[in-house]
Design a protein around this ligand. Structure first.
Ligand code: Z5A
Length: 209
């Protein structure tokens, strides 16, 4: 038996952490055995790479290095945790995945999308998420919400134009793959966002159960 692979995406301040908790709750209420994880990270090596990627020690890191480290962390994550869990019939709920590479490195940094596709095919083979929840909201609102939190990491220090490109890239993916990527209006009050999540997860579980 193969479990389902669900990912959550969104720009800065979209409310991913808040929504991860809600989706996890909904899936567990359905009796699913869920592995909750995140990228970059999810393994001991991946979490070390996360420190290098998000911290300010290597502020001038080359964009190729950044992309390769994202996929190095992803390769480890897939082989050590995601694939074994799916094979055992567990559902996997992952906070960000390869759409983030297309959005941040492709859209935000302007890297050649073909490079990302090559790495995606190499590292993942045919594996793609079964469902992706894209928490979408205007960049200004996202940055305002995020500004109320702790000190910004290396990505959070980017300019507003960077996040506009990231948002645009995410929306392009969603419009290209409407079956997989469901857009959640994250600008709404939390209760309304949770209701949207409930509807999408309910519809997906109805199909996938
Ligand atoms: N990255 C990459 O470049 N390439 C890749 O391939 C991958 C990642 C995988 C780490 O991500 C960075 O790595 C990320 C992209 C890059 N950089 N950025 N930016 P992360 O996911 O760990 O970092 P994050 O984006 O900061 O995620 P987060 O911690 O989940 O934050 P969030 O989306 O902003 O969520 P939040 O903390 O739940 O919400 C923010 C605030 O808004 C908080 O105070 C909430 O209480 C509030 N909130 C949430 N929802 C609402 C609603 N509906 N109304 C009002 N207020 C709300």
């Amino acid at each position: 038996m193969q479990g389902s692979f669900i990912t959550l995406e969104g720009i800065e301040g979209a409310g991913k952490s808040t929504c991860m908790a809600e989706v996890l709750k909904l899936l567990r209420e359905q009796g699913r055995d869920v592995l909750e994880t995140r990228e970059p990270g999810g393994t001991a090596l991946g979490e070390d790479l996360r420190q290098l990627l998000l911290g300010h020690k290597h502020t001038g890191m080359h964009e190729d290095t950044e992309l390769l480290l994202m996929f190095a962390a992803r390769a480890e994550h897939l082989q050590q945790r995601i694939l074994p869990a799916l094979r055992q019939g567990q559902w996997v709920l992952c906070d960000r995945f390869t759409d983030a590479s297309y959005a941040y490195q492709g859209g935000g940094r302007g890297m050649d999308v073909k490079r990302i596709q090559q790495l995606e095919n190499w590292v993942q083979g045919e594996l793609r998420p079964d469902l992706t929840l894209l928490l979408d909201l205007p960049v200004e609102l996202g940055l305002e919400r995020a500004g109320k939190r702790s000190a910004p990491d290396r990505f959070e220090s980017e300019a507003q134009a960077f996040f506009q490109r990231v948002r645009k890239a995410y929306l392009e993916i969603a419009h290209r793959e409407p079956e997989r990527v469901k857009i959640i209006d994250a600008s709404r009050p939390l209760k309304e966002v949770q209701a949207q999540l409930r509807e999408v997860i309910g519809a997906f579980s109805g199909q996938g159960a």
